[in-house]
Design a protein around this ligand. Sequence first.
Ligand code: HEM
Length: 452
Amino acid sequence: MILKGRVDSHQPPGPKGLPLLGNLVDIGRDVLRYYDEWSRQYGDMVALRLAAWPAILLNRPEYIEYVLVKNHRNFIKFPFFFRHVRAIFGQGLLTSEGECWQRQRRLMAPAFQDRRLTGYVAPIVRLSERMLESWQPGELRNIHTDMMTLTLSIAAKTLFDAEVESEVAEISQAFNTITDEIAIRFRLPFRIPDPVPIPGNIRYVCGVRRIDRLVNRIIEERRQQGGDRGDLLSMLMMAKDDEGRPMSERQLRDEVITLLLAGHETTALALSWTWYLLSQHPEIDAKLAFELQHVLGGRPPVVSDLPQLLFTTQVVTEAIRLYPPVWGFGREAVGDFDIGGYTISKGTTVIISPWVLHRHPHHFERPLEFRPERWSGDLARQLPRFAYIPFGGGPRICIGNRFAMMEAALILATVASRFRLEWQNDHPVVPFPSITLRPKNGIWIKPTTRNS
Ligand code: HEM
C-alpha cells in the first residue's frame, strides 16, 4: 500500500514516507535483483538512496503512463546521464529535447514507416545469409558477437546505404568500449571531464574518434556521389529548416551516430537473448522450426511472409519480455509533481524498468517462464498499457520499434530455418545490466544443421 506523504529532494522521507532503499554499492552490485525484490516487497513506488541524488523507481503502469504520456512535459531525459554521453551522441534524437527533438523526430519518421520498412526486408535477409556462408556446423561461436556484427551492417546498409563490413569488427569494438565506459561513468557520483587523461577517458575518446571517422566517411562518400537515394541519409542531408538552412555538420553527425548506435546493439541483444532462450527450450525451438518449414519451406523470407511468421514474432516478443535490451531508463522532473498520493519534488530522477515490469506476476502468469504462446491470444490487448514496454512509450517511444521487430523476425527466420543453435553450458550466461542488458562474456553456441 502506498502511504500519503511527501518525497523531497532535500528531506529524506520519514517513517510515514515512502520506503527509502538501497545505496549506490548495493545497486551497483546487483541492480536487477534489488529492483525486482523491492518492487515485490514495496509495490508501486520505491524511493532510492543514490548518494545525494533523489530517485524513485516506478512499478505501476498507470504511474509510468503519467510520466511518459500524460504529464510528459514535466519530465526530461536524464540530464545527469546525458552529460556523460554528450561526446558520442551530441544532440541526436535520443538525447535532444524540445523543439530540436521535435523537428528531428518529424524529419526522420518517414524512414520508419511501413512503406519504407518493406524495402529493408531484402537487404536484411541478404546480409543474414551472407553471415551464414561462413558458419560451420559444430563450431563454437559467440552468437552475441555475430548478432552485433550483423545488425551493425544492416543499420548501415538500410539507413545510410553504406557498406561497413570490412570495418565492422573494429567499429563494434569501439561501440562496446564506449558503452562500457558510459556505464562506468553512470555509476560514479561525480564526473571526470573527458579531457582528463585517465585510462577510461582515453578509451572513451579513442572509441568516439573511431566512430567519428566511420561516420565522416559515410557522409563524405554520399556528398561525392550526390543525388537523392531516398534513404534516411539523403533525407537528413536534404532537410532544410524554416529559414531554408540545411542541417549543420555537427547535427548530421550526431543523428547518424545515434541511429547506428541505438539501432544495432538493442536489436542484436533482442536476438542474442532469443537464441539463448531457444537453446534452453527445445520444444519451443521445434515449434519455431515447424512454422518456418511450413511458411518458408527452406527458402529465404520475403515481405509477404511476414504476416505468416506469427510464432516467430511471438518468440521475439517473449524474449524481450524476459530480457528487455533496455532494462531501465529514466527521466528527471523539471517541476514538483503528485503521484500515488505523494508530492515528488523537482529534480527527482524517475526510474522505469522494463525488466521489473515484465517479470511482474500481476501482469504475467508464471512470469519467469519463457512461453511465446502467451502472446497468441489477446494478452497484448488485455495488459494494462505500459505493463509491457520494451520500446518505452509516449512521444519518445523508440522510433525504430517496428524496424527492430521486423529485423529480428527476419534474422531469426533466416538463421533458424537452417540451423539449430546449441548452447554450450560450460560457458555460463550472465545478464549484465550495462546501459543495455548484455550477456556478460557472450553467449557461446554450436550450430547444427536443421535437417541433420
Ligand atoms: C529490440 C530493439 C530495440 C529496443 C529494445 C529499443 C528500445 C528503446 C527504448 C526503450 C527507447 C526509449 C528510451 C527512453 O524513453 O528514454 C528507445 C528510443 C530510441 N530508439 Fe530504440 N530500441 C530498439 C531498436 C531501435 C532501432 C532499430 C533504432 C533505429 C534504427 C532505434 C532508435 C531509437 C532512437 C533514435 C530512440 C530515441 C527516440 C526519441 O527520443 O525520439 N531503436 N529505444
